[in-house]
Write a new protein. Structure first.
Lengths: 327, 401
């Protein structure tokens, strides 16, 4: 855009453990004038009028009413990842601000990670690793006897883009696939992965060896898996969560694991993240916890950044926004 | 160690018929559903492990009712053939529930019982059930068992057995290629995913007392759409390829022989030269037997040919990799990482450099360590042993070269 200035976009920070990735800067700077939160606060008067978009990288910067009020020309908020439970969509809408996320960029990595968690949990990989490297050498593979993934029954709760990709992968392991979803998928989609619809989540829970949660967090899915649901599961079953911590009643999960109501859990997400260091889940042998890393690959993060850039540009030009999140 | 060739079972007609009988026998003796070996001729979907019965196939009913009692030498008043095992339970003994399976067909004799009562026991022992490489089959043992006919190994690898020596005693050796395939392929996939996505490190961060927040710049590498190079595309390697295909991986393979039909089924590309595979792969998975030809197959040169971003996964045998070369390669970031279910020896000495590296995952040879696989291996070994003792066609005999 010759002669025209690049649009001002607010970010939290650059580099370090939470900031926008340094190797993304070159690309971003071709499209935007990036303003860090620090710079903004130092020059509020001038910048508040000019900032037209927020590039929200891993939930930062936090957008509250105060910020919205001081950014009169804010048009678009691009949020990284697919989850939008951290955003007050109503509030943003009331200020005429459009929102976008990155559902497709994260889908394959997240599905891959769901499979990784299922395999690691079922085959006791982490325990095995600890045995293999521990100072005590007296063990045999029989001490680390796991259960087969191949041929077992996988129940997918939430068969959206991610859930479906999990199904595609699980099929190659000759798994029997059940799914529960707000809406039944069409026959072609079902038969492509051999998935059987369970209108009632109870049916899925009672039959599955692995229950994988891949729903978005909404008021309807909040504490979707509680004491009742855990008790419906087989005592030999494993719960895998790659959605949001709040989809599970965590206290009920702790109890269920302690009382062997279910066999094991593998959680990429918890509430909060990270868990307090004295939380019971951290000490259980039959629990794997990972630090919300299902989409953590270089390629995917780069793709997310590119998607967000696209969304912001479209929004600022008044064009239809790719990956817009509607109320 | 001697090269062996394996008599193929399943594609030949008798092999197919044996498969049917094997499964009929299993269905007769076990309440759970029969699991079909991978190369079965039976056109039914493989039953899963949850006790669901096979679909009702009228053409099979006749066979299933023809329970092969004649195959099992259990005639009233006659003693069961003796099978030698290391021990019942304990660190290296046969798991108790598996001993119960053995007892249905054999008079089970532990090594201790044998040694304490050699005169009485030596003639009774017609077979040895080798579980996790034990008991060790040496010349002394073979000389003390005049009626020994067969060594039934639990597992597919027989590199721990001196096939030529055993053959010279007129004793047959069998293994369990079908029972191990799925679980070993699964472990290969598990290791590849865990390594690529830094799962073990992630777990450590998630539970570490020092963790205050999760960094967002902590990244692994993708598996979907990456290139997987499978070295050794036998039973297990092929199952790995089937799984990898669902992850949209580009699959290359190197094998003694090209497998055109299977290639097409999984979209794999044959690399006649292993070098080509090494240079192009993001993940190199070793799924070969250990033989003199494959000993130290992957050494400094091969590691040097791999991409610096590549991961080596070994689910074969430790001795296939030159371990010292691998240590160096990992330390100098010649390759990105390694994930090993097998090492040499097992376990590694506690001061081994592998244990200090942070770009390696090691698991304690758990490739077949599932409740289901271990049971299937025992069943497959039992079927093989009985076939030998009853003079029937042997499903999985291994021969010295």
């Amino acid at each position: 855009m010759e002669g025209q200035e690049l649009p001002y976009v607010l970010i939290d920070s650059i580099g370090g453990k939470h900031g926008v990735y340094e190797d993304h800067l070159e690309f971003l700077k071709k499209h935007f004038q990036l303003i860090t939160m620090k710079e903004y606060l130092e020059n509020k008067k001038f910048l508040s009028e000019n900032i037209r978009a927020v590039y929200m990288w891993y939930h930062k910067p936090v957008i509250n009413e105060g910020l919205l009020q001081s950014l009169p020309n804010l048009k678009v908020v691009a949020s990284s990842g697919v989850g939008i439970d951290h955003l007050d969509l109503k509030l943003l809408s009331s200020y005429g601000v459009k929102v976008s996320n990155t559902p497709f960029a994260v889908s394959t990595d997240t599905a891959d990670f769901g499979m990784a968690l299922m395999l690691a949990s079922s085959r006791r990989l982490v325990e095995g690793y600890q045995m293999a490297v521990s100072p005590n050498t007296e063990y045999s593979p029989a001490d680390c006897l796991g259960a087969e993934v191949s041929g077992a029954t996988l129940g997918i709760v939430g068969m959206g883009t991610i859930g479906y990709k999990v199904a595609e992968r699980a099929k190659a392991f000759e798994m029997k696939i059940l799914y529960h979803n707000r809406n039944q998928r069409n026959k072609e989609e079902e038969s492509a992965v051999g998935a059987i619809y369970c209108k009632k989540i109870d049916d899925l829970l009672q039959q599955s060896d692995f229950v994988l949660l891949s729903v978005s967090l909404t008021p309807q899915t909040h504490k979707l898996i509680g004491k009742r649901e855990l008790e419906l599961m087989k005592p030999t079953a494993t719960l895998i969560n790659i959605s949001r911590g709040l989809v599970v009643d965590q206290d009920a999960l702790v109890e269920a694991l302690q009382n062997k109501v279910i066999k094991a859990a593998a959680l990429d997400v918890t509430h909060p993240e990270p868990l307090p260091r004295d939380h019971p889940l951290l000490n259980m042998k039959n629990v794997i916890i990972t630090p919300h890393m299902a989409s953590a690959t270089k390629k995917t993060r780069r793709l997310m950044m590119e998607n967000m850039t696209e969304s912001i540009e479209a929004g600022l030009r008044g064009l239809p926004i790719p990956n817009e999140v509607l109320l | 160690m001697f090269r062996f060739t394996q008599k193929k079972c399943g594609l030949s007609e008798f092999g197919g018929r044996f498969t049917l009988l094997f499964n009929a026998w299993r269905k007769h003796t076990q309440p759970t559903a029969a699991v079909l070996p991978s190369r079965s001729l039976i056109p039914v979907r493989k039953a899963n492990f949850r006790g669901l019965s096979l679909p009702d196939n009228p053409s099979l009913r006749g066979l299933y009712s023809r329970t092969p009692k004649a195959d099992v030498q259990v005639m009233a008043g006659e003693e069961l053939p003796g099978v030698l095992i290391l021990d019942v339970g304990g660190t290296h003994g046969v798991l108790e529930n598996l001993v119960a399976l053995l007892k249905k067909h054999f008079h089970v004799i532990t090594l201790k019982e044998f040694r304490e009562n050699k005169e009485e026991m030596r003639k009774k022992i017609q077979s040895v059930f080798v579980f996790e490489n034990r008991p060790t089959i040496d010349r002394e043992l073979l000389e003390s068992l005049p009626n020994l006919k067969v060594i039934g190994n639990s597992g597919v690898g027989v590199d721990h057995l001196d096939l030529k020596m055993i053959s010279n005693f007129g004793v047959k050796v069998t293994n369990t290629p079908h029972a191990v395939a799925d679980s070993t392929a699964d472990i290969g996939m598990a290791l590849m995913l865990a390594s690529a996505r830094r799962l073990v490190e992630g777990c450590q961060i998630a539970v570490s007392p020092d963790t205050k927040y999760f960094a967002v710049n902590w990244l692994g590498v993708e598996v979907t759409k990456a290139t997987l190079g499978i070295i050794g595309m036998g039973n297990i390697g092929y199952k790995v390829a089937q799984r990898a295909k669902a992850f949209d991986m580009r699959i290359l393979y190197h094998n003694r022989n090209r497998r055109k039909e299977e290639e097409e089924a999984v979209g794999a590309h044959y690399c006649e030269k292993m070098e080509d595979l090494l240079q192009q792969s993001d993940f190199v998975m070793l799924v070969v037997n250990l033989t003199p030809e494959t000993h130290k197959l992957i050494g400094k040169k091969e590691l040097g040919l791999m991409k610096p971003t590549a991961t080596l996964i070994n689910i074969s045998r430790g001795a296939i990799v030159d371990q010292d070369a691998l240590v160096e390669a990992l330390q100098n970031k010649v390759i990105r990482a390694a994930a090993l279910d097998v090492t040499y020896p097992e376990p590694l000495p506690r001061d081994h450099p592998f244990l200090k590296l942070n770009n390696i995952i090691i698991t304690p040879h758990i490739g077949t360590a599932t409740v289901q696989a271990i049971r299937m291996m025992t069943e497959e070994a039992i079927a093989n042993i009985l076939a030998v003792l009853n003079g029937k066609p042997i499903p999985s005999e291994v021969f010295p070269k």
